[in-house]
Write a new protein. Sequence first.
Length: 204
Amino acid sequence: MFNKLGNIKKRTLAFFLAVPLLAVTSVATAACPVCDGTGTLDTTPGMEDVKIQEYDTWEWRITRDACGLFILYYWDVDIRLVNEGEEEVEGWVKHTLYDITSDDKPVIDEQYRPISLSGEAIVDESYTVVFGTGVDAWGKTDIEVEIMEGDIPDPTCDGTGRVPSNVWIFADGLKDSLEEAIRDEMEYTPPQTIDWEDYDYFDE
C-alpha cells in the first residue's frame, strides 16, 4: 500500500516538475543553431567564395515608349569575378539602379544575372543591363553590383534567429541534416523582374 503511494507521489512530483520545466523552456529562447542566430541561410553553397575584384559601369543610352510611360536605361558593365574556392559554383549577380540626386539614394530598379565559375577561376565579363522606370533621370543615376549568396529566411526559426530552448536541443543535434534538407528543398531564385529588353521603344 505504502509502496504504491510512494510510486504515485514520485510520478506526481515528476509531472509537476516536468510541466513547469517544459513551459519555461518553451518561453525562453536561444540563438538558432542552424542559422547561428542570423535568421537567414545561404542556399547557394560556394558563392561566399566569389568576390568582385573590380567593375566599371557606364550609362550610354535611354529609350522610351511613345507615350513616355516607361524609360529604359542601358548600362554597360565590365566586371572581374574571382572564385577563391576549389569547387565550381553557380549563382547570381545583382544590379541596382538608384537615384544619386537624393541623399537617401532611392532604388529605381533591380536586375539579376546568372553566373557560373569554375574552382579557383578569374573571369572577365562584359554585358549590358537594361533597367526600366517611369523616372526621367538621365545622367542622374548610378548602379551598384553585388554578389548574391542566396540568403533565404531560415524556416527553423521563421527568420527570427531565435528558437525556444526546448527546440534548440533538437535543432542543434540535427544542424547539418537540417541545413542540407533546407538547401535541397529551397533553391534560391532572385525576385521576379521585368525583362525590359523585350520591350520595343523609341530612341530619345
